[in-house]
Structure formats: C-alpha cells, structure tokens
Ligand binder design. Structure first.
Ligand code: AMP
Ligand code: MG
Length: 406
C-alpha cells in the first residue's frame, strides 16, 4: 500500500539511531539481565581444592585391589573441614560430600559400597580406581579461563559463577531508564463507576511500565497529561532529563488533538511513520537532546504491539543486547486466522499451546486495536502475512510473548 513503511525499514531506522549506553562498574547483585561489557577471567580454580562427590571413605585405590578388604578408619572429614588426617597404607577416612580429599588418598568409596567392620574399621566391598568420585581442583572452572564473555546478558547461573570466583563487580551496560508518559484529555484516574462523560481510564501507562519491568528495563512513571502543548512539552522534557529513553502514548495519528506530534516536532528531529502492520500503524521516533523518544499510538493493543516490535528491540540495543527480538517459532493454527488483504502484515493475538513438543495457536479473542482483553488472554502474536489469512491446520509464525501453555 502506498506510503506505508515496511516494518523492517522502521526497525532499521530506530536501531541505526540508538547506540548502547556506556558500560560502567556494576555490583553483581544488581546485574541480573544486564549485558556484560568485558570478558570475566577466572582468577581462581573452582572448586578450589580436590573434594569428594559422594559420602563415603577416602582411600588409596591400590589398597582396594582384591576387594572385599578391611581398612582402618582413622578419622572423619566433613564439608568445611581442613583435609586431615592423612590416609596411610591400609587406612581410610570417613568423608562427606564437598569435604577435601586428605593427603595420601586418591579415591573415594561410596558409603553404599562399604560395610561396617567393627570399631575403627570398614569393609570395602568393591575395588575403586584412582580418581573415583574425586572432583579435582579446577574441575568446574580453571584459573585463567574466560568464564563469561563480553556481550552476555547475565542470567542467574552467571551470577552464581561470578559468586564462585569472588567477583562482586563487573563492567556492564547500565539498565536503561525508560520513561512512560500518557497523553489524552479523555484519560482520568477514577474509582470504579465514577467516570465522567467521555472519559476513560489510562491502561497504557501501567501496561507499558510493566512491560518495561519484565523486559529488564528500569521503568520511570512520567504520569499523564491532557491534550495541551505546554503540558506535553514539559512532561517530555522532564522525561528526557531523567531517562535514557522516553515512550509516549497517544496523539501520534492525524486527529485534531494529536498534539504530541506538534510538540515532539518542536523539541527534536522526529520521523513520523505509517508502518505496514496492523495493529500499530502510526508510530513516531526521534532523538530529543540525545535521548531516543518513541511515540506509540494510543489504542492499547497498538501501543503494546508497537512497543513489542519497535521500541523493545531499540531499548534492548540501548542496554547493549545484540539479540533484540523474541524468538519466532512455527505453530499450527488450530482455527483459521482470518484477515483480508490490505498491504499490511497482521500481528494477531493468539493463545500458543504446546503438546507433544509442538506448538499450536488459536485466536485469543477480538482482534480490534482497542480490545486489550484479547491481548491479556494471549501469549503470542501470530504473524499473518498480507492476504486472506491462515487456514486451520496450516503453519503460522508466532512471536512468543510469554511461555506457551500446556
Ligand atoms: P490517540 O492515539 O491519542 O488518537 O488515541 C487512540 C485511542 O486510544 C483513543 O480511543 C484513545 O482514547 C485511546 N487511548 C489513548 N491513550 C490511552 C491510554 N493511555 N489508555 C487507554 N486508552 C488510550
Ligand atoms: Mg489522544
């Protein structure tokens, strides 16, 4: 359709204009989800000493040849103890998982393969080989090796690895602070049933703040302003002062009251796009000062979808990520996903289920851009190409917004 920008072009425009925030020293305790900016090299071995993987007896493997054999028990070592006493020929030390292997011992017999043999002795039922059930020093991480590479988004296990090494600070891209501003004279805060004529409640701001939080950004609530140029300008400038990026909702289409357009044009260099997607056709993007500003449409589903397809990838780039989009997977449509040709790609709200390891998708409800209920019922967006839709039984690409349901 003439005048519409393909989604890929809009995405490239945004990504080309956004550069990752400068890395800074960050406490590992605050680094979950942040992108590491330099390799972390292990300064120590993990584990730091050879220890036992089993409860049992530390022995000299050579003593167990010809088992069953009887060995003298000369002590006990539990996790946290020093590695003593040493194990001499014909001797064993009772040892618990994680305890250090004492000098002289070179293997562990698990307790299940032994029998008590009276005071101060144990009978070993099977021969063991050197190194059996022993976790050598450095078996997990060797000193000098790279344990987490630059560019990695830090997951819980990475934080565990860093803790293992005593690393309490890393260089990481900071968590982008992202402001959310709602605009519209119709928006009010009102208790249930108390809406004035023509008024509605603001659903976009809490939704977008929550989307930001769950995607690992630091949400900043910039509040709600009416359709007033000065108020919008003041709120946007407040946002660009306090935040690394700003999202506005509403006022970016062509209606008389779409003042966000006028204000943003005054404050910075903006691009006004009509994107070849449904929902979420109108979209604005620009840089004000040096802060990226995303003008999302007001219709709630449009707002959420343009966040997902355009703002979120750009914000992830700001945070230093290189994997910017959600995975796209193939699912079988269990019901038809209807649409008519209009030159746009449709992103239909669907429920994605998984059975026998395969994904299936069905419509989540009404597909209007005001029907937030269907988005709430959905866990995915089906990518329905221009045309007549997808027949039941055919495969469709889905963008998973959340875990598939069983
Ligand atoms: P606009 O983009 O400002 O023309 O708004 C398009 C539609 O979205 C209108 O029906 C608005 O009332 C509605 N809308 C705008 N902002 C919000 C909001 N924050 N929460 C819920 N609906 C909104
Ligand atoms: Mg409006």
């Amino acid at each position: 359709m003439a005048g519409l920008t393909p989604l890929g072009d809009a995405r490239s425009l945004l990504l080309g204009a956004v550069t990752p925030l400068a890395p800074r020293p960050t406490a590992t305790g605050a680094a979950l989800g942040l992108v590491l900016a330099e390799d972390v090299v292990a300064a120590e071995d993990v584990p730091p000493f050879a220890n036992t993987a089993m409860d049992g007896f530390a022995v000299r493997a050579g003593d167990t040849v010809g088992a069953p054999v009887r060995l003298a028990v000369v002590g006990t070592i539990t996790a946290g103890d020093p590695p003593e006493p040493a194990v001499g020929p014909g001797e064993a030390v009772r040892i618990m998982t994680g305890a250090p292997i004492p000098p002289g011992a070179d293997a562990v017999v698990m307790v299940e393969r032994t029998r008590p043999a009276g005071e101060g002795a144990v009978e070993v039922l099977d021969a063991v080989v050197v190194g059996q059930h022993v976790r050598p020093a450095g078996d997990d991480v060797r000193a000098g090796t790279v344990v987490v590479t630059a560019g990695t988004p830090l997951r819980p296990a990475h934080l565990g690895v860093l803790a293992n090494l005593g690393v309490t600070e890393v260089r990481a891209h900071p968590r982008p602070r992202v402001g959310v501003l709602s605009t519209g004279d119709e928006l009010v805060e009102a208790p249930p049933g108390r809406l004035g004529p023509g008024k509605i409640r603001d659903s976009n701001r809490p939704m977008l703040l929550a989307e930001l939080a769950r995607s690992g950004f630091a949400p900043v609530d910039l509040g709600r302003v009416g359709d007033d140029e000065d108020a919008i300008a003041a709120a946007v400038q407040d946002g660009t002062r306090r935040c690394d990026a700003v999202l506005t909702s509403g006022g970016v289409s062509v209606g008389d009251a779409d003042l966000v357009k006028a204000v943003l044009d005054r404050l910075g260099r903006m691009h006004w796009l009509q994107i070849a997607i449904k929902p979420a056709k109108p979209f604005a993007f620009g840089i004000i000062g040096d802060v990226p500003v995303f003008g999302l449409p007001g219709n709630p589903v449009s707002s959420a979808v343009s966040f997902e397809l355009l703002a979120r990838p750009a914000l992830r780039r700001l945070g230093g990520h290189t994997a910017l989009d959600r995975p796209r997977l193939l699912a079988r449509a269990t019901e038809p996903l209807r649409r008519s040709p209009d030159g746009k790609t449709h992103y239909q709200r669907v429920v994605v289920t998984v059975g026998d390891g395969r994904l299936a998708a069905r419509p989540a409800g009404g597909q209007g851009s005001h029907q937030l209920g269907a988005l709430a019922a959905a866990n995915g967006l089906a990518v329905v190409p221009d045309g007549d839709g997808v027949d039941a039984g055919a495969d469709v690409e889905v963008l998973l917004l959340d875990d598939p349901v069983g």
